[in-house]
Ligand binder design. Structure first.
Ligand code: BDR
Ligand code: CA
Length: 312
């Protein structure tokens, strides 16, 4: 069993990933922690609560970062995820409330209770993880591993030609998290752009998910309109679900060990720079950052059929 804390900014693809972690028998979810990103953090918290309630589950939701650490926040991408993060649906308010601890405190506390056991999964901007390190630097020694959806090693960006959305939203936080000394896996655009959920696959998923399925499918339709107009794709890339797929089926992916850094300012702001360990560089700065694993290739069909199987 994988015991996880899931840090998220739901968000259409986040919502599907949340459905996956709730459905998978080998995943124990200690809590969801929320951040700004696809929506403001209050909306992210509301969506996280709502999604757990629609699935009939009681999972703590701890609210976190409402702004980037340093940069000026950019407007929420309402044309991609809807103003509500779920493709503009009319939904009742959740009945539950956010946890009394903040997201970063929640991460610090839970890893104190269960040192070495918890996988931190982060599929939004990385402020909560950065703040957890700031609150208690020893947290890096207590997590089992960190799996993030974000960044791009060789594929370019989706917000700018170089930057992926989660990293671009808070590059200073990302730099702290991606260069911290904990075992980290980056599941970025290099693999998520090669994974597609087609409309017919989504229809079968929706049928398998009851009340939650209706919300997932309506949000998918909105997200699919964006993919169609932006890149002419008939389907959506399930970015955040790919990180969950890695946790359960790392064999679907090819990873390369190396070192990461993040550009925090200027034209390349939000770019992740990946230096594979097998390459020799004249500058030794790269070998001084901790080693990470970066997903470079994926069997996209295996991932999307596993998503369907898990949700039906
Ligand atoms: C990432 O950005 C967000 O819009 C998605 O939820 C995903 O986490 C993809 O770049
Ligand atoms: Ca996300």
């Amino acid at each position: 069993t994988h015991t996880i804390i899931f840090d998220t900014d739901p968000g259409v693809d986040d919502a599907q990933a949340i459905a996956l972690i709730m459905a998978h028998p080998e995943i124990e979810v200690l809590g969801l922690t929320t951040t700004f990103g696809n929506v403001r953090v209050e909306t992210a918290t509301r969506n996280a609560l709502l999604l757990t309630e629609l699935a009939g589950q009681t999972i703590p939701v701890a609210q976190g970062a409402d702004y980037p650490l340093v940069k000026t926040p950019h407007p929420v991408p309402a044309h991609i995820h809807g103003a509500d993060g779920l493709g503009n649906q009319t939904l009742d308010a959740p009945s539950g409330q956010a946890h009394e601890l903040s997201a970063a405190q929640f991460i610090v506390e839970k890893t104190r209770e269960r040192p070495g056991e918890i996988t931190l999964m982060a599929v939004g901007p990385l402020g909560n993880l950065a703040m957890a390190i700031a609150l208690d630097p020893d947290v890096v020694n207590r997590v089992k591993q960190v799996v993030i959806m974000g960044g791009s090693a060789a594929r370019g960006g989706n917000v700018t030609p170089l930057a992926e959305a989660n990293i671009f939203s808070d590059p200073h936080a990302a730099k702290r998290v991606l260069t911290a000394d904990w075992p980290l896996v980056m599941v970025g655009l290099d693999v998520t752009l090669d994974t597609v959920i087609t409309p017919d696959r989504m229809a079968r998923i929706a049928e398998g998910q009851g009340e939650l399925g209706k919300v997932l499918s309506q949000s998918y339709d909105f997200y699919a309109d964006f993919y169609r107009s932006a890149i002419g794709l008939d389907g959506c890339c399930p970015h955040d679900s790919c990180a969950v797929a890695w946790l359960i089926h790392p064999e679907f992916f090819e990873t390369v060990t190396g070192h990461l850094d993040v550009v925090t300012e200027g034209t390349a702001e939000g770019q992740t720079i990946f230096a594979p360990a097998e390459r020799q560089y004249v500058s030794d700065r790269w070998s001084q950052t901790p080693a990470v694993q970066v997903c470079m290739k994926v069997d996209g069909e295996a991932v999307s059929s596993w998503i369907e199987k898990t949700l039906t």
